[in-house]
Design a protein around this ligand. Structure first.
Ligand SMILES: [Zn+2]
Ligand SMILES: [Zn+2]
Length: 221
């Protein structure tokens, strides 16, 4: 697939055929450049996440959710500012989707949709990590909206499969228990800088060892 929009069209077509068939949607066509494939999949996720954001707007406001949280344990800082800051969840959602669109449309990093430099592909992981928090906030704080959206799109399932398949996020950060198979049970021994926050025997918000100048429980961008 070497024309500019062919990959996007292919992805959107497989979604239209059966959005529950995440396997087919995520299967890279023979000969397809993998960097472009990851890039186009992520563009599509961000596009569809706007649908979830619109649903969230109906009840997620700066008054109901003054911070971007997931469970009582996690507070996320918004990276869309010169210094990451604690935006209300709905603002975080907007700022993060806008920031992702901005990066993915950037002429500097993604001048072509036919071939993509490795250094630009390397930026996709942090986009995934940030936009995933929209799923986790929806799941832990607006569960009926999450469920309704998920039933209509399978978006979180597909996203989770995608980031695992391409190693775009640490499994410890995948905190929405959406996968009903064994794929998220085998990583109990994985250690990364955030793993301490997963220890279920600790109940207070967690200090992140690598970022001790942040308030407790705050996850650095
Ligand atoms: Zn909220
Ligand atoms: Zn913000």
């Amino acid at each position: 697939m070497d024309t500019t929009l062919a990959v996007q069209q292919h992805i959107q077509q497989t979604i239209r055929q059966d959005f529950t068939d995440t396997e087919t949607i995520l299967t890279v066509p023979p000969g397809q450049d993998e960097g472009v494939w990851k890039y186009e999949q992520l563009r599509q996720f961000c596009l569809e996440l706007n649908g979830l954001a619109i649903k969230l707007q109906t009840e997620c406001t700066p008054l109901t959710c003054s911070q971007m949280t997931a469970t009582e344990q996690w507070i996320f800082l918004c990276a869309a500012h010169k210094t990451p800051q604690g935006c209300p969840a709905i603002d975080y959602t907007r700022h993060t989707l806008d920031g992702a669109a901005c990066l993915l449309n950037s002429n500097k990093y993604f001048p072509s949709r036919v071939s993509i430099k490795d250094s630009s592909v390397a930026k996709l992981g942090s986009v995934c990590r940030r936009v995933y928090r929209i799923f986790s906030h929806a799941y832990y704080h607006h569960r009926h909206i999450f469920d309704e959206s998920e039933n209509e799109t399978y978006l979180c399932r597909r996203f989770t499969t995608f980031v695992i398949r391409y190693n775009l996020m640490s499994r410890d950060n995948l905190i929405v228990p959406i996968m009903d198979d064994a794929s998220n049970t085998s990583n109990n021994n994985s250690v990364d800088q955030f793993s301490i926050a997963k220890n279920p025997s600790e109940s207070a918000p967690k200090m992140i060892a690598c970022f001790q100048d942040l308030p407790e429980g705050v996850i650095p961008d």
